[in-house]
Design a protein around this ligand. Structure first.
Ligand code: R5P
Length: 267
């Protein structure tokens, strides 16, 4: 791995502890104005100080993130479909030149193992890895799951391993029972997505269990920006990932931040 690739990866997975907190705000690329992300700039700005990196599309990056914020960017470069159509029908949607121009630290692309356009997405991953290697930009493979597809260790293990075999540098997947087996059989770092909004305590448990199970960190979106206290949640998640605190301690961080906001509003 060359210097540029290593340096960019170090901006995503912190070398001090080998852990990563990524803020996912790329949902609009197929969901449109997702709840909590209607005005991306307003959602993103207060969360940036607590995110090691941010995952988003170039459209939201250019319009809604201050270039002086100096936050490492994981750029979503796959898409081409919407929630109204077959989701797996994705292609690469950003040139490597634009990724370089935007000074991204990694590029993210979804693979849809077992779905209609499986081959197309896997070949896209391989092509993107070739481009990334040429320019020193790591590739994060996202193991996307269709509406009716299982999220068990067997399936997610299959998807993660294929991503690694095709050359991805990091893989993002879902937490599941026997998650440690997914991690053990995957020779690249694994990050977990948060998934649909759940009660805050459950999202904190998810983050805790994932890092206990061997994930290097989280790429969390809805469970942060759809929370009644997005800053409280990202601070709590961050403390689980980097400070290795318990769920109960993390919950106190979330609750205290929420309380501060409520007291201010009452005052
Ligand atoms: C989904 O396709 C996107 O890549 C999201 O970034 C990912 O699912 C993480 O966001 P959330 O925590 O909301 O699931």
């Amino acid at each position: 791995m060359d210097w540029g690739m290593k340096n960019r990866l170090a901006r995503i997975i912190k070398p001090e502890d080998g852990r990563a907190v990524m803020l996912a705000v790329d949902h609009g690329y197929f969901l449109g104005p997702t709840s909590g992300l209607e005005e991306p700039r307003k959602t993103i700005a207060p969360l940036l100080p607590y995110a090691d990196s941010i995952m988003l599309t170039r459209g939201v990056l250019r319009t809604s993130v201050d270039p002086n914020a100096n936050v490492p960017v994981v750029l979503r470069v796959s898409g081409g479909t919407s929630i109204l159509k077959e989701l797996s029908n994705e292609d690469i949607t950003v040139s490597i030149e634009d990724a370089v121009r935007l000074n991204v630290s990694a590029m993210a692309l979804s693979i849809f193992v077992g779905s209609e356009f499986e081959k197309q997405t896997l070949v896209s991953l391989a092509k993107l890895v070739d481009e990334g290697e040429r320019c020193g930009i790591p590739v994060l493979a996202v193991t996307a799951v269709g509406k009716d597809m299982a999220r068990d260790a067997r399936y997610l293990g299959l998807s993660c391993r294929i991503a690694a075999e095709l050359g991805a540098h990091v893989v993002k997947t879902y937490y599941c029972d026997d998650f440690d087996k997914v991690v053990e059989s995957c020779p690249i770092p694994v990050i977990i997505a948060g998934g649909k909004k759940t009660p805050e305590i459950e999202a904190l448990e998810l983050a805790f269990n994932a890092v206990q199970g061997g994930a290097v960190g989280v790429d969390m979106g809805r469970n942060i920006f759809q929370s009644d206290s997005p800053v409280g949640m990202i601070r709590a998640v961050r403390a689980i990932v980097h400070d290795k605190i318990s769920v109960a301690e993390a919950s106190k961080i979330y609750e205290s931040t929420k309380g501060t906001k409520a007291r201010r509003a009452a005052g």
